[in-house]
Design a protein. Structure first.
Length: 391
């Protein structure tokens, strides 16, 4: 049985301090996905930070990386005099994305023991890197969308094959990021929204994030989109306060009412130095619930994401390319060219009638039938075991 210690690295300020202070806290009970996941699949001895020793692996969770010069210095100071077997820096918490490689380089200097990184990045080339998706733990442990729920969904879906669905597709926009609203505007101008079950916030939702959601270089075009005039738009939420309560909730009805999904990941355009915008790293690509949901239920999806997202998932043993649904745009590195190809493919999909979509989906469900188990069951345990073996 291996010995693990879990601590959180965070910042705080007081009335007597002009600057924020970074510190390790062994008793801050947040970001428990990794400890929960270890205990789900393996037996570990959890050691308190006060009793850290040379046989214990230290796991440090981090939720911010925007002051990395101060953070590296603070971590070195916090770890001075401490003894441990190795250190795992856990960046997999929630929306940690596009962490600068230079920060990871600097973190490798905080101690003489081996340093490892756990992130949501699918394409890292670092030998000391492990991929882990925290939403595995969320869907398994913290919501009602468990294995039995997904199995029940598939049984219901098979029973209703004789009926046409209300809509061709679905699109949950979420935050009004530039690439998401740009695509929503494309759908609006081509009169496709009438065939979609869709929802979107407006720019007044989390308005303090606008520099991140819409970089300055895109702001003028963004403000000109006609679709903004009909936002926000909801169909299963009463408003923003209700929307904020959703967590990782999974509305199965939307998948029973549609044949495909438009999935727009958090990042699409490679943007840097845009004042307030979190820089987009070409060495970084992660997925969220936007990809997990259609993968779990066997829904074909049109994906707006960074290049080579589908190919990265295929390397993990998942299957998405079937017949004309080949995600050919996935390999296009140029963001605007990839966007145009996604628009062309979307037009092709909307040319199909519901009967044609129904026939395709039945075949697609058979082809991708193992994706649910591969993503939901196998990858979860495999990634945890890889980390455990390295500890």
């Amino acid at each position: 049985m291996k010995k693990f210690c879990f601590v959180h690295f965070y910042t705080y300020s007081s009335k007597n301090q002009a600057k924020h202070k970074w510190t390790l806290n062994p008793d801050r009970d947040i970001f428990q996905e990794l400890p929960i996941s270890f205990r789900k699949f393996l037996k570990i001895e959890q050691v308190h930070y006060d009793f850290l020793d040379k046989d214990t692996s230290l796991f440090i969770s981090m939720e911010s990386f925007h002051q990395y010069e101060h953070q590296v210095a603070a971590l070195k100071n916090e770890l001075r005099g401490r003894v441990c077997k190795n250190i795992f820096i856990d960046f997999s918490t929630y929306d940690n994305q596009d962490i600068p490689e230079v920060f990871l380089d600097e973190l490798e200097t905080i101690s003489d023991v081996p340093i490892f990184f756990i992130t949501k990045n699918l394409i890292s080339k670092r030998d000391n890197h492990f991929w882990f998706e925290v939403l595995f733990a969320h869907y398994v442990e913290n919501t009602s969308a468990d294995y039995d729920a997904f199995s029940a969904f598939r049984r219901i879906e098979r029973e209703q094959t004789n009926f046409l669905r209300k809509y061709k597709g679905m699109f949950h926009v979420g935050h009004s990021r530039y690439h998401k609203i740009k695509f929503l505007n494309f759908l609006h101008e081509n009169d496709y929204l009438k065939d979609l079950l869709w929802a979107s916030t407006a720019p007044d939702y989390d308005s303090g994030l606008m520099n991140e959601l819409v970089p300055q270089c895109f702001r003028q075009e963004f403000d000109s989109f006609p679709v903004l005039k009909i936002l926000p738009h909801f169909y299963d939420y009463s408003g923003y306060s209700h929307y904020r309560q959703r967590g990782n909730s999974f509305n199965f009805v939307t998948y029973l009412d549609t044949y495909f999904e438009i999935a727009t990941e958090t990042k699409f355009f490679h943007v840097q130095n845009q004042g307030g915008m979190i820089d987009t790293q070409s060495t970084w690509n992660n997925i969220t619930e936007k990809v997990l949901r259609p993968t779990f239920v066997g829904h074909p999806f049109i994906l707006l994401s960074k290049p080579n997202t589908i190919s990265a998932l295929e390397k993990l043993g998942l299957q998405y390319r079937y017949d004309f649904w080949d995600h050919a745009y996935d390999s296009i590195e140029d963001d605007f060219a990839r966007f145009r190809e996604i628009e062309k493919f979307t037009k092709k999909v909307f040319e199909l009638d519901k009967k044609e979509l129904a026939e395709f989906k039945r075949e697609y469900n058979i082809f991708t039938g193992n994706n649910f188990r591969r993503m939901y069951v196998e990858l979860f345990s495999e990634q945890i075991l890889r980390i455990y073996e390295a500890a």
